[in-house]
Design a protein around this ligand. Structure first.
Ligand code: DAH
Length: 347
């Protein structure tokens, strides 16, 4: 019996370390220590062992059992580790740069915004930013837009509940209603109050309107605002600047047209149309692209500038619409869906 136990351990020692699969392991385990396994069979022979040899034999059986169990435990641990390694694949060093052959790209709206800013920087404009949570003062009142103006209707503008409290950085207007800015024109007022003329700024940013989302409308979109204030600024300066900006951005074939319009903060005011048939999928002759005009004296009065000394122009354009023209995109919603199949086209 002693020999048989020793032979059992020797067999296990040579067989178990080379087992390669879970089913083989389960089968071997049953053969060695299962209810019908070799060890059990040997233990059953204890009855025929002479009484005086039984304690020594019992001890030997226990040692064999412990040894077999430890060989089985090692084997199971080895097989589990191999299974895990197979699931994880080749060793990964998460600190290494991504092997993705397609690096990130700038969003098409970012590309158009940066291109516009760089075109305007070349002719002396500084890029500034303003807050998206605004007060009625900056968004409407100081821009000569009276409380009765339709843009101020709660159906068109997102207002915060009267109880909302924000840290009011502008002590001047403590009792204001807060809203999500409907246009970047509010930055004109912030800039004029903060500095003094001459001023030449451009301010891109996100704006919000209560629009029903469809292929050409989004409740938040992006604009780019421009403001130039100096002595003797004329409509000719405004036209020359916008001609330069739009031709630099879209190509010299681009035609620019001014149509009279009304904005409370400019007089005269215009809407600007573009003709850019050379761009893909542009199938209309004229596409309306922005609003602009000469800063209204009422706005100068509000910020304390002497309108007999200072004159200026302002303009505001929608970045999405321009990007849609440049890239031939026919649905504004693509910009916000973060679909890589869309975004990777703008490498
Ligand atoms: N704020 C206008 C809009 O959102 C665009 C605009 C018109 C901006 C005339 C201006 C301007 O600066 O002078 O539709």
């Amino acid at each position: 019996m002693q020999d048989q136990l020793a032979e059992l351990v020797a067999r296990a020692e040579s067989e178990l370390p080379v087992l390669a699969s879970r089913p083989d392991f389960e089968a071997a385990k049953a053969r060695y220590v299962g209810p019908k396994g070799d060890l059990t069979v040997l233990m059953k022979q204890m009855g025929s062992v002479p009484k005086e040899e039984r304690p020594a034999m019992g001890k030997l059986i226990n040692e064999t059992k412990t040894r077999l169990q430890s060989l089985l435990d090692d084997t199971l641990a080895r097989l589990e580790a191999a299974e895990l390694a197979a699931q994880l694949g080749p060793a990964v060093d998460p600190t290494l740069p991504s092997p993705d052959p397609l690096p990130g790209t700038r969003h098409p709206l970012t590309q158009v915004r940066e291109e516009l800013c760089s075109i305007l920087r070349k002719v002396g404009f500084n890029v500034v930013e303003g807050p998206e949570v605004e007060t009625e003062y900056y968004c409407f009142d100081a821009l000569n837009t009276p409380p009765t103006h339709p843009a101020r209707d709660p159906q068109d503008t997102f207002y915060f509940p009267a109880t909302a409290s924000f840290t009011n950085v502008d002590k001047k207007v403590p009792e204001e209603k807060y809203l999500l800015r409907t246009h970047t024109s509010s930055v004109q007022i912030r800039t004029m109050l903060k500095g003094e003329p001459p001023i030449r700024i451009v301010s891109p940013g996100r704006v919000y309107r209560r629009d029903t989302v469809d292929a050409t409308h989004s409740a938040n979109f992006h604009q780019l605002e421009g403001l130039y204030i100096d002595r003797n600024v004329t409509v000719a300066d405004l036209k020359a600047l916008l001609d330069y900006v739009l031709k630099s951005l879209l190509g010299s074939e681009t035609k620019v047209r001014f149509r009279p319009h009304y904005f409370g903060y400019t007089e005269p005011s215009f809407e600007v149309d573009l003709s850019a048939r050379h761009l893909p999928k542009v199938n209309k002759e004229w596409v309306e692209i922005m609003g602009c005009g000469m800063v209204d004296p009422a706005v100068f009065d509000d910020v304390g500038y002497d309108s007999s000394v200072w004159s200026g122009y302002a303009f505001g354009m929608g970045i999405e619409r321009i990007a849609m023209m440049i890239y031939g995109i026919d649905d504004i919603r693509y910009f916000y869906q973060n679909d890589l199949r869309f975004l990777r086209q703008f490498c």
